[in-house]
Design a protein around this ligand. Structure first.
Ligand SMILES: [Zn+2]
Length: 130
């Protein structure tokens, strides 16, 4: 797909807004530029149509993910525009966070579901050769 001729839309990988803005930690992650991806209208419709939401992580996991992910991706100089790579690093941060000895069974389960939801999104993005 030639993206030069297509007007791209900004997609927040972590959505819906009301859900991810519930806690400061979720808001911080949602509004991190590394996780706001320019995609075509068609891809945008597909993602939101197939995936109503990325499940919100519990507050402990959110805090851990912020601690792991943000230091690596907090500046526009370091975040890069390889969005699929950014999302993969974010998935790694979730995995690391739910690997914590005090992470509950529920926290792990939601974490894996969130990772899967992100897998679906990168699957669509790969088709656009971002
Ligand atoms: Zn979107």
């Amino acid at each position: 797909m030639n993206s030069d001729k297509i007007k791209l839309e900004k997609h927040h990988v972590l959505y819906p807004r009301k859900l991810w803005n519930l806690y400061d930690s979720g808001h911080k992650l949602r509004t991190n530029n590394a996780l706001i991806v320019p995609i075509s209208h068609a891809a945008h419709l597909l993602i939101h149509g197939e995936l109503e939401q990325v499940p919100l992580l519990d507050t402990y996991t959110l805090d851990r993910v912020v601690g792991i992910f943000m230091p690596r991706y907090d500046s526009s100089l370091t975040m890069g525009t390889n969005y699929i790579n950014n999302i993969n690093k974010f998935q790694d941060a979730i995995e690391e966070a739910i690997d914590h000895p005090r992470a509950s069974r529920a926290a792990r389960s939601v974490g894996f579901t969130a990772i899967e939801a992100l897998d679906y999104q990168t699957h669509i993005m790969r088709k656009e050769e971002l």
